[in-house]
Design a binder for this molecule. Structure first.
Ligand code: SAH
Length: 233
């Protein structure tokens, strides 16, 4: 028992030091300067969100497979997208493409409430269980087609889309509050630009953050299935 407890403690210390290094070198040094975002990235145990055989690579500088042909995004991308939502703590946030639940966990530390929509039932169930086990009580995970948004919880102060869209889905703009922010990768299946969109009155104002590569958005406002490459059914 003592050995098991010790090894858990040394593992915890090991992961904490990897996480500190990740935040310093991959995130802060590349220009993410929001102290709140850096604190959230320092707090969430990313190794709990990757499959067991990927734990050693959890804090490395790239996306990792999470099963079903899907990925958990690169730490820098998670941090930069989160910063672009300009969260102050009081917001209600919608995430499309919940995947492992990692991005939702980061958002939950910076907002009052997060609703994460995941298309693949098995991933949605796993993310819901994981977030509950780790104590992220202000995140609700729903299975469904998030390309239509999630009207039941609308409007949202911020929406983050973690899958590549052919265009900005109209329902997502409709479900934003006045002054609400939407961060979304838009482009082709192969490559996209990360957009930050702000809704003011009946208009949207859009700025390009950086080029990126996400797995395709499925569903009504996503890509037709035959254009999605190797994504399994
Ligand atoms: N944010 C996730 C990574 C997401 S990868 C994390 O932190 O782990 C993109 C996810 O979007 C995949 O899990 C994929 O199944 C999901 N997805 C694709 N199209 C979707 C849709 N229309 N609605 C909801 N989820 C979708």
């Amino acid at each position: 028992m003592i050995r098991a407890a010790n090894s858990t403690l040394s593992e915890t210390i090991h992961f904490e030091s990897q996480r500190r290094e990740m935040v310093a070198l991959q995130i802060r040094d590349r220009g993410v300067r929001s102290e709140r975002v850096l604190a959230a990235m320092s707090a969430v145990p990313r190794h709990e969100f990757v499959p067991a055989n990927q734990t050693a690579a959890a804090y490395s500088d790239h996306a990792l497979p999470i099963g079903e042909g899907q990925t958990i995004s690169q730490p820098y991308v998670v941090a930069a997208m989160t910063q672009a939502l300009s969260l102050t703590g009081s917001e209600r946030v919608l995430e499309i493409g919940g995947g492992s639940g990692y991005q939702a966990a980061v958002l939950s530390l910076l907002a009052s409430e997060v609703i994460a929509i995941e298309f693949v039932p098995h991933l949605a169930d796993a993310a819901r269980d994981r977030l509950a086990r780790l104590g992220y009580s202000n995140v609700q995970v729903e299975q469904g087609d998030g390309s239509m948004g999630w009207p039941a919880g609308a409007p949202y102060d911020a929406i983050l889309v973690a899958a590549a869209a052919p265009d900005i889905p109209a329902p997502l703009v409709e479900q934003l509050t006045e002054g609400g922010r939407l961060v979304i990768p838009v482009g082709s299946v192969e490559e996209q630009n990360l957009l930050r969109v702000v809704k003011r009155g009946n208009q949207i104002f859009s700025e390009t953050l950086f080029p990126c590569r996400f797995v395709p958005l499925r569903g009504h406002h996503g890509w037709p299935h035959d254009l999605q490459g190797k994504i399994p059914e």
